[in-house]
Design a protein around this ligand. Structure first.
Ligand SMILES: O=C[C@H](O)COP(=O)(O)O
Length: 233
């Protein structure tokens, strides 16, 4: 299982890299769960990581704005992102989700370095009135994304496991794989969740809070990334 760690700047990116992260996921928690950071930060992290690991960029927790989302994906990829990650936050229907995702895959398809497109739905979809992640594998496959993900939309410490049980998450992973997609699981994951995660078998585990020592508003600590990496192997 690959480990995706979400830094906000170069210093944290280097801690994540040295700790053994497989994907360095630039984000800006001040702007939400999948808050987007500035192109300059993505470029700086890309330079700092120096090609040792791929860079991912969160594009934002989106409402229904397919053009804005496609442009954000294009911009993040132009800034060096190898993965672009869109949050379907205020998206209620399958048609809306498809249009958002198809707009992105179409926008980046002809770029020199085509990024992997990650479509993220939220485990706490009911409380934010968003689309059920269970629908995402089929929509994502039709829209041509590479990866589907589940994260929490509200970062109040409640984990994905409080909203979706292990059977739901396994079903999500299996449906995605059956559709030829990779999967990522995130959402205030704790060390106690690791055995369940190994059982669910996502391709990628995404984290921030756990490697900050529990409070995602503080900084990523290399030793916690190392501990998590060791527990996943
Ligand atoms: O992409 C992963 C997220 O940054 C997860 O953050 P979190 O572990 O603090 O919920």
């Amino acid at each position: 299982m690959k480990l995706l760690v979400s830094p906000i700047n170069n210093e944290e990116a280097i801690s994540a890299l040295k700790g053994g992260a497989d994907i360095i996921d630039v984000k800006n928690p001040k702007e939400g769960s999948l808050g987007a950071n500035f192109p300059g930060v993505i470029k700086a992290v890309k330079d700092a990581v120096g090609g040792q690991k791929p860079i991912s960029a969160a594009l934002g927790d989106f409402n229904y704005k397919p053009g804005t989302a496609a442009l954000a994906a294009y911009g993040a990829a132009a800034a060096g992102a190898d993965y672009v990650k869109i949050g379907l936050y205020d998206i209620q229907t399958e048609e809306q989700a498809y249009e958002m995702l198809a707009g992105i895959t179409e926008a980046v398809r002809t770029m020199d370095n085509v990024p992997k497109v990650v479509a993220c739905a939220y485990s706490d979809y009911a409380r934010i009135n968003s689309i059920d992640p269970a629908l995402l594998p089929a929509i994502g496959a039709k829209a041509g994304v590479d990866l589907v993900m589940v994260d929490t939309g509200v970062k109040d410490g409640r984990s994905t496991f409080e909203f979706l049980n292990e059977a739901h998450l396994k079903d999500f992973v299996e449906k995605a794989h059956a559709n030829g997609l990779e999967t990522a699981l995130a959402g205030s994951i704790k060390f106690d969740d690791i055995e369940a995660i190994k059982d669910i078998k996502p391709d990628i585990l995404g984290v921030r809070g756990i490697v900050c020592g529990g409070d995602r508003s503080t900084s990523i600590k290399q030793e916690l990334v190392e501990q998590l990496r060791a527990r996943l192997s």
